[in-house]
Design a protein around this ligand. Sequence first.
Ligand SMILES: [Mn+2]
Length: 475
Amino acid sequence: MVQTPRVLSYRDFGLKEDPFPFLKGQPITFRGIGCGEPLAFSCYNPGEKILGKAMNIWLPMAMAFWHTMRGLLADMFGPGTAVRPWEGQDTMENAENRLRVAFYFMWMQGIQFWCFHDTDIVPYGKDLKEFHANIDRIVPLILELQKLTGIRCGWVTQNLFSHPMYCKGAATGTHPIVWAHAFAQTRKMLEVGKKIGARNHVFWGGREGYNELLLLLLGLEQKNLARFLQMAVQYRKQIGATVQFLIEPKPKEPTVSQYDMCMMVVYGFLRRFGLASHFKGNIEVNHAQLVDLPVEHELTVAADLGMLGGIDGNQGTFGDGWDTDDFLADPMIALRIMIVVLKNGGLRRGVVNWDAKPRRESFMPEDLFRTHTAGMDTLAYGLRAAALLQQEGRLEAVIAERYAPWLSDLGRGIADGSMAPEAICEAAYAHQPQLGTDIPSSHIESHRYLLTSALQRCCEGVGSTHIEPKWRLAN
Ligand SMILES: [Mn+2]
């Protein structure tokens, strides 16, 4: 939990001017369920206890540096529209100022963690040497700002997809010098992560995949990727780091097929190369949607494997098949996420990273606060409704009833292997199961409606211990 011993102003961050004057120095705070103000929380109340834990422990919110600080909202049809007074020059001086703005943003938004790529925070310069010297120069300022605010690093990662040398992939490319660059960047970020106390280190295979299968040595690329991850595991041990490693599945875009397609595929790959115990999954909603799976599928697979390591909070634009990284706005998706998270007992070292950006027409700095506030509130509704469902135990009762037949002699005999094949077949010959008597209806729709009902009651403040009734409709 972020300690807030005192009120900080932009000057405490070393800024000469307030980059967000429209907030008038007032951080975003909770103003009551359904307050409807765009720059106040209507549901996310960080210190409020839900099922014995504060909301900001269930939901360790993190800012994605690349979207929020660096993203200019360009698309394939036109340049960026974003008004970002802290962007412009790619110099070290500007990098330091941008970092100060970033921490001030998180402070004002009530965000406790941040996530970034190596290339987000400093200019690359003329070569890898200059790039890493730049990183060394900015680390002391990171430590200073983390100390000032209590904001911690959720995860670090290395950008192995933007530099032109990575056009054919990084660890799965065709040239070992590119592999070497990828590894050097990764090793550096392991060191940086250790210095700044990063909780996690994400491996996202940006261009690790293929565009033309018939030109591929699939086996070689897989082995090279495994070697890359094995060397990262070894280096983590060598420097005595305890950071949690995460792989972020994604099925496609920019390549036709990415090697980290989904959590099952990632697990198979890790198992094959003896890496499964060293990694967990960072599950992104939009990436699950790209593989045509609901996010709760990816989360449940990860949780069942003991590998739920974090969440990228966003959603895709319905049906368009791109990784559009919209802010999460669908409370039903939020509820489905939080049902799995509660069952998992939380995210432990994982964070909820807002890997999301405003739409191109929402270009003002104020929109960064509006989007984060809306996304955080949406997920908070999911948390409250999931907690309500868990307390009532109605979903659990439905599940228990569905699988009760497995507690019969036949069920136990099959499951524990004690029943002979002959006896199992004998049971089948002896009884012809009938729908409606032996096999009940699943009543899926009315059970699913339990979710809708839980969300509706949360909007009325049911299950909330801290309600300031300030009902009014947002215009
Ligand atoms: Mn995405």
